[in-house]
Design a protein around this ligand. Structure first.
Ligand code: 5AD
Ligand code: SF4
Length: 464
């Protein structure tokens, strides 16, 4: 493995068309699109920031739920319309849906190219063939691909916070989840290349990185030269990254309740620049559902992990994911989810109703037998309870002062800025003389269930 990065020289080549990338889905897709930009720029193409001038449109897709896929089909109709106006326009479908639907998506009249998550290095070659007039598809898995040597081109205009991929794929096979089928086997990225990428981000003025993987707790680097001293687990990697610069904020996601050990929690406690927030998806509060989902932990084990977080990191917030209406979910199973929510008092949550995904264990073995209205009703109950819990969590912060990393103007008013606390709560405050990218101290005066509202505390404490 090499830790040498391709230097991206954005050479605008008049002969090569401009490309545009539209991204759907998770943080992993955001980061993958940045890899795509890097690969394309290296080949001489130039990125354009509006779809109107693009001669190539890439759409990076998500398959996690059916409604995510429906949105993409809708976009392809729009692109088809654009192609009628611009005959030389080319459309490439990337990501999870490309891998899942293969030829089915290639046969859409708008689509010229289909490339799965492990095929992005080949995009320039595939485009050459497309230009010869033939549709192209490359969706094979490559269990060694981590794009380690590619420096993603950050397209975030503020340059404050960046995602850094530390692993790809997932081996967990949760019964409802399409991810292992579309992203392949889990593989961890060379820690040297992770460190190098973070160091480059610091040099370029970034203030925060989020280390991302489907299950960061199973990150494992085994030294190819069989030197056990060079092996690294996630807790150790976190420490390596935290030591790069004490002023750099570190976040990570996603943690898995079956794998998250105390080592990670102790590392978080040791380094103040690692943010006190853990995203720990629970999915359900019922042991019967957890077992059917193949999550490999019980409600008791989950609560034990929460207790460990609270004991080792008293200031840490916990967010989670829920699925309402999984196969066979009874009123009692649903009640167990609500009671778990009351017990844990999650600070934030992402909540979904179950959507059956083809080829998963659940699709093959369990009937999707909770009626849609029941799923929706249960989801609404979960959302209502979480809104109340999030509000209570935010109310506990009123009167406290937090260090906020300023990310941009607030949505509602240019006179206000917004940023996030280490606990990952969005905080809005009057701008005064704070700048995007500053760390400022904000004292919280009020809140809603989604936002903390405050004002700048002693300005001298701001750090650049
Ligand atoms: N239906 C609904 N939600 C799902 N998720 C994953 N697969 C499905 C599905 N088939 C949710 C889980 C996961 C999050 C990323 O998406 O809660 O943690
Ligand atoms: Fe899907 Fe489970 Fe892997 Fe998460 S851990 S990506 S839910 S299979």
């Amino acid at each position: 493995m090499t830790n040498k990065f391709h230097t991206v020289r954005p050479v605008a080549n008049a002969l090569l068309p401009q490309f545009f990338v539209e991204t759907y889905g998770c943080q992993m897709n955001v980061n993958d699109s940045e890899v795509v930009v890097s690969v394309m720029q290296e080949a001489g193409y130039s990125l354009c920031n509006t779809i109107d001038y693009a001669e190539i449109i890439f759409i990076n897709t998500c398959s996690i739920r059916d409604n995510a896929e429906q949105r993409i089909w809708g976009r392809l109709e729009v692109f088809n319309h654009l192609k009628k106006k611009n005959r030389s326009l080319k459309v490439g479908v990337l990501g999870c849906m490309a891998k899942r639907l293969k030829e089915e998506i290639l046969s859409h009249p708008a689509v010229d190219l289909v490339a799965g998550p492990d095929a992005y290095r080949k995009l320039p070659k595939l485009l050459e063939s497309v230009n010869q007039g033939e549709k192209q598809i490359e969706v094979n898995f490559n269990d060694l691909e981590t794009y380690s040597d590619i420096s993603p081109v950050r397209t975030d205009p503020n340059g404050v916070s960046a995602f850094v991929s530390i692993m790809r794929g997932c081996n967990n096979m949760c019964a409802y989840c399409v991810v292992p089928f579309v992203r392949g086997r889990e593989r961890s990225r060379d820690p040297k290349s992770i460190r190098f990428e973070v160091e480059e981000l610091v040099k370029n003025g970034y203030k925060e990185v989020t280390l991302i993987g489907q299950n960061v707790d199973s990150y494992l680097w085994v030294d190819p030269n069989h030197n056990p001293d060079q092996n690294l687990n996630f807790a150790k990697l976190l420490e390596v990254v935290a030591l790069i610069d004490p002023k750099l904020r570190i976040r990570f996601a996603t943690s898995h309740p079956k794998d998250m050990g105390n080592g990670v929690l102790y590392t978080m406690a040791m380094y103040p620049n690692i943010c006190n927030h853990i995203h720990l998806p629970v999915q359900s509060g019922s042991d019967r559902m957890l077992s059917k989902m193949n999550r490999n932990y019980t409600r008791e084990r989950y609560l034990e992990r929460v207790a460990a977080i609270r004991q080792i990191l008293p200031e840490c917030t916990i967010s989670t994911d829920f699925i309402a209406g999984f196969c066979d979910e009874s009123p009692q199973d649903h009640a167990d989810t609500l009671s778990l929510m009351h017990t844990v008092k999650f600070d934030q949550a992402f909540m979904f109703q179950y959507s059956e995904r083809p080829n998963t264990k659940a699709a093959e073995a369990y009937p999707d037998n909770v009626p849609e209205e029941t799923k929706t009703q249960r989801l609404n109950e979960i959302i209502a309870l979480q809104n109340q819990l999030s509000l209570e969590s935010n109310q506990r912060d009123v009167g406290k002062t937090f260090e906020v990393l300023v990310e941009g103007p607030s949505k509602r008013s240019d006179l206000d800025l917004f940023g996030r606390t280490p606990q990952n709560k969005v905080c809005v405050f009057p701008r005064e003389n704070a700048q995007i990218g500053d760390f400022v101290k904000v004292t919280v005066s009020s809140c809603s269930s989604a936002t903390l509202i405050g004002s700048l505390a002693e300005k001298s404490s701001s750090r650049k």
